[in-house]
Design a protein around this ligand. Structure first.
Ligand code: BGC
Ligand code: BGC
Length: 648
């Protein structure tokens, strides 16, 4: 079955563009002249899922001639300065709508926790900000709309009140492609209540060393598991109106020692097998954009790595969308700014994420072309890619599209998140029929994560470093704990589930039949999470874990003791497991964490999650995983794929 999406430019836009642009703008065809057929034909790809054996290309995007004509029209008429503007992305906090008009920047982003004015801004406040920028973009010399990007990495996590999904590590454990599609859809819908339609997600990091602070952004240590999940979440976003970003290209999850922004080493064959593999799936799903990694491969920074970007990603894999640099990442290249621009643009980067230095970057591109350090062809290729994505994303058709606010955190969305939580939980131990719990139990629940939405959501939740830390946010407000505007903690969800039953939450361990101990890491994002001492009580571990573990040790002989760990990765459990009858890896389940965990604890649903990461016994086993030819599952604490259910 061939799916053809027909885009007809609305008269409204024709008037808008005609009224606002200068004579250098190409003639905009009338609606009758335009009948752009976009055939991203995922269906075709499904029937023909393998790359052409000769070229290794996927033939999925079938660009419509008339659309191309429009894009070429812009390319012919734009000045170098205007093209340079299109290639730059500025941060909301550092650019005014008037500057969008005068400089004609191609894109704006909100970094992690960069809100219009405050963390509790409403969808309308977000939309109004978006409209202010978009209106000025359309009034600019070219009339080309901006594309606005945001990190909605587990739901639209910058938006107060959004449905927050488990971080990817939990979704890898759930390993359910249909669910991934739904998460993509819900995320897209909760982005579109603000008008924003470009997501810097999914991260496809195939993580090889769990000491890396971004481990939880990856689905698995296994490149194969990534495949289906990635294609599904990308389709879920893009078929529902939002551009996805495959990131961070290439080898971000393989840096030595798990150092954030570090160096990934290996033969070409190994790099392809471990890290490139998921990009085939992303391109097959027609991912609109790819973000380059801060990291290096065999000592060469990815942002200047023409072999992997130009030759492999674009030529060999046939990626037709546009490539964006990471946040100020080109500044890590050597030389002055113009040289950094030259290195990255010539390596294949099409748009530069320059939150603050965007003005200098526009001038830098201009002067690099004037001095022949970058060719006009290369610039035109970048513009072609950027405008094509904007076109297919509907920005020329309706740059002010917005979904109704009722999509935010609605029942349907919460149900998807709750299902995701249930499926992401991995039961690691269940002795003495510890679980499921009966609703007649008297339950004492303690530990730092017992009732904390901030801890169960982790980093990239309302704020960059999470809604539970001592960081100052963008708006120079101290980050308020647990304030996401959505969600339910575990204790509250258990109380809710016990309503009408004889069981209850009691306030002392002595009174309880079952003691639930919820251990947690402190939230972190990116390099702040790099951790070389990762036990339950050291490194990023929450300081209250220690006391909670003592309760487990004290009562294990007399009570049923259930452990739940909220963490962005496996932690070294040392000899603590013996003090628990049952133990659950809950990862970072997000806003519906309480409900999803309660559903499974009471046996209303069974455990189906399995480990997408090897759980090491000790420090020496970190980095040893299922990709190792000599992998011996019995040598680690819990091997890749492990997970109990109530049937076991
Ligand atoms: C991160 C990216 C993110 C970008 C924008 C960078 O520091 O590495 O994953 O998309 O910032 O927030
Ligand atoms: C931003 C993030 C970004 C990071 C890069 C932060 O200030 O909020 O989005 O990823 O800087 O270092």
């Amino acid at each position: 079955m061939k799916k053809v999406l027909t885009i007809i430019l609305s008269l409204q836009l024709v008037f808008l563009l005609a009224g606002c642009t200068t004579e250098s703008t190409p003639d905009i065809p009338t609606p009758d002249e335009i009948d752009c057929e976009v055939t991203p034909n995922h269906e075709d790809c499904e029937t023909n899922p393998d790359p052409d054996p000769e070229t290794n290309y996927y033939y999925c995007i079938d660009l419509d001639e008339e659309c191309l004509t429009l894009v070429e029209g812009f390319i012919d008429s734009m000045t170098l300065r205007q093209k340079a503007g299109q290639m730059v992305q500025a941060e909301r906090g550092d650019i005014s709508p008037a500057e969008v008009k005068s400089y004609g920047v191609g894109s704006i982003l909100s970094g992690g926790g960069s809100h219009p004015t405050s963390f509790d801004n409403t969808p309308l406040q977000w939309y109004n900000m978006y409209v202010d920028y978009q209106t000025k973009a359309i009034e600019s010399g070219t009339g080309i709309p901006i594309i606005y990007g945001i990190d909605a990495v587990h739901g639209n996590n910058n938006l107060y009140g959004a449905t927050i999904f488990p971080h990817n590590i939990g979704l890898g454990a759930a390993n359910d492609p249909e669910l991934m599609y739904e998460i993509g859809r819900v995320t897209a819908e909760e982005m579109l209540v603000t008008g924003i339609n470009w997501n810097f997600a999914p991260a496809m990091s195939v993580v090889q060393d769990i000491r890396w602070g971004r481990t939880y952004e990856g689905f698995s240590e296994d490149p194969v598991l990534h495949g289906d999940l990635i294609a599904s979440i990308i389709l879920g976003m893009e078929e529902n109106g939002v551009s996805a970003t495959a990131k961070h290209f290439l080898g971000d999850g393989g840096t030595s020692g798990g150092h954030d922004r570090g160096n990934t080493m290996g033969t070409e064959e190994m790099i392809r097998e471990l890290y490139l593999a998921p990009y085939y799936d992303a391109i097959e799903a027609n991912v609109d954009t790819v973000m380059i990694s801060y990291s290096s491969i065999n000592g060469s920074k990815m942002h200047q790595n023409g072999y992997w970007i130009n030759d492999v990603l674009k030529d060999e894999l046939g990626f037709e969308g546009f490539v964006i640099s990471d946040w100020e990442a080109i500044h890590e290249l050597s030389g002055d700014l113009e040289t950094q621009i030259v290195l990255s643009v010539n390596a294949g980067v099409d748009m530069l994420m320059e939150p603050n230095a965007w003005r200098e970057t526009i001038s830098g591109i201009e002067s690099a072309v004037s001095s022949n350090r970058i060719t006009t062809e290369r610039i035109d290729d970048a513009i072609r890619r950027i405008l094509t994505v904007k076109y297919y994303r509907g920005l020329f058709e309706d740059p002010f599209a917005k979904l109704d606010d009722s999509y935010l955190g609605n029942e349907d969305h919460l149900a998807v998140a709750r299902e995701a939580v249930r499926k992401s939980l991995v039961l690691l131990k269940n002795d003495n029929s510890s679980l499921p719990l009966a609703k007649t139990h008297k339950i004492y629940i303690t530990g730092p994560g017992a009732n904390s939405i901030g801890l169960q959501s982790g980093g990239w939740s309302t704020h960059w470093q999470g809604a539970y830390s001592n960081f100052w946010s963008w708006d120079f407000e101290m980050i308020p704990n647990d304030q996401l505007g959505s969600g339910i903690g575990i204790e509250d969800a258990l109380s809710e589930a016990l309503g009408g039953f004889s069981g209850e939450i009691v306030n002392s361990p002595e009174l309880a039949d079952t003691i639930i101990i919820v251990l947690s890491e402190n939230p972190y994002a990116e390099g702040f999470g790099d951790n070389y001492d990762m036990t339950l009580t050291t490194g990023n571990a929450h300081s209250e874990n220690e006391a909670a573990l003592q309760i487990a040790a004290q009562y294990n002989d007399s009570k049923n003791v259930v452990g739940i760990l909220l963490s962005g990765r496996p932690l070294l459990l040392e000899d603590n497991l013996q003090n628990f009858d049952s133990f659950i890896a809950a990862w970072l389940p997000g806003s519906e964490g309480g409900h999803g965990i309660s559903d499974v604890l009471f046996g209303e649903f069974d455990f189906t999650g399995t480990l997408s990461f090897t759980w090491p016994n000790n420090y020496e086993q970190i980095g040893y995983n299922m990709n190792d030819d000599l992998y011996d599952p019995s040598s680690v604490l819990f091997p890749y794929g492990f997970g109990l259910s109530y049937q076991d």
